[in-house]
Design a protein around this ligand. Structure first.
Ligand code: HEM
Ligand SMILES: *[C@@H]1O[C@H](CO)[C@@H](O)[C@H](O)[C@H]1NC(C)=O
Ligand SMILES: *[C@@H]1O[C@H](CO)[C@@H](O)[C@H](O)[C@H]1NC(C)=O
Ligand SMILES: *[C@@H]1O[C@H](CO)[C@@H](O)[C@H](O)[C@H]1NC(C)=O
Length: 244
């Protein structure tokens, strides 16, 4: 026992600034890379994926998304298959880095929910002004409903189209934009109805943190291609078809 305590004291003294524990939320430091995707950034901020945003395996990603946010393994694997097909990451090793996700017009696109267009410089850090704009679309002051999200999605498109001289938004970008909004709502809303509590949205999209302190719990069922597809389709009907 005494020996054990002595070893413990020694190790604490030897590593005064030891790595934070897995699960602990630590925002990115100056040498850490982040992506345009809030779930990857959140996982890295909690240490469920490498905190520096460096090389991560397919299995690490699938496990982190499933265990922390109830994302179905099949859905994550399909999204990762598409990611490698688009030329991001290292398909041979089946690894990714967060930096690889920043490639413009692979997945990363203009008129994001709360990120600047690449034309304006930084294409991947969340923009709190845009996030607050989304929050201002709340009809009840507490949550973002699918109707609020549809109106915002439509207006973000119009805003980028008006201000970005290099605006690029075709069918691929439209598909991705509706899919991302659906992933967001399906992942962080309470199971039903699909209304995103504002406090939960601020934590996940703003802090890039698991919104546990805000009362969020992961779903007991999974976020899968059926419920994400259905939400995306309904959102698209409500928002209308875009045309750049
Ligand atoms: C597993 C494969 C995934 C990859 C490779 C990926 C990658 C990306 C990339 C590159 C973007 C940037 C698009 C843009 O320009 O706005 C993005 C956005 C987004 N992703 Fe992911 N993502 C994945 C899965 C997920 C999951 C499971 C969620 C669930 C919460 C999610 C939530 C989002 C949201 C909400 C955005 C929009 C951010 C914004 O508009 O500012 N993603 N993702
Ligand atoms: C500008 O638009 C072109 C054509 O769509 C695209 O290839 C390029 O990546 C865009 N660059 C920026 C910074 O938006
Ligand atoms: C995306 O953002 C990163 C970091 O700010 C920057 O290095 C990169 O050039 C940007 N990509 C484009 C196409 O603007
Ligand atoms: C955030 O977005 C707003 C509105 O598009 C823009 O005026 C502002 O410059 C952006 N902020 C940053 C830090 O990029």
């Amino acid at each position: 026992m005494i020996f054990k305590l002595a070893t413990l004291a020694l190790s604490v003294a030897a590593f005064p600034q030891s790595e934070p524990q897995v699960g602990q939320w630590v925002p990115a430091g100056p040498n850490d890379v982040r992506s345009p995707c809030p779930i990857f950034n959140t996982m890295a901020n909690h240490g469920f994926l490498p905190r520096d945003g460096g090389v991560m395996t397919r299995q690490q990603i699938v496990t982190a998304f499933k265990e922390q946010m109830s994302i179905d393994e099949t859905l994550t694997n399909q999204l990762l298959d598409a990611t490698y097909l688009l030329g991001l990451g290292n398909a041979h090793d089946q690894t990714l880095t967060l930096a690889s996700l920043n490639t413009h017009n692979a997945i990363e696109h203009d008129a994001s929910l709360f990120r600047n267009d690449a034309f304006f410089g930084d294409n991947h850090t969340r923009n709190l002004t845009l996030l607050n704009q989304l929050i201002s679309y709340s009809s009840d002051g507490q949550t973002i409903s699918i109707d609020d999200l549809a109106r915002y999605r439509k207006d973000r498109f119009a805003d980028s189209k008006a201000r970005d001289p290099n605006f690029t938004f075709g069918p691929k970008q439209e598909f991705l934009a509706f899919g991302e909004a659906a992933l967001l709502a399906e992942t962080i809303s309470p199971a039903n109805p699909k209304q995103i509590p504002i406090a939960v949205l601020k934590a996940f999209a703003g802090d890039e943190r698991l919104p546990v302190a805000e009362g969020w719990v992961k779903r007991t069922d999974t976020v899968n291609d059926l419920n994400v597809g259905a939400f995306a389709a309904e959102l698209k009907i409500k928002a209308g078809v875009f045309n750049s």
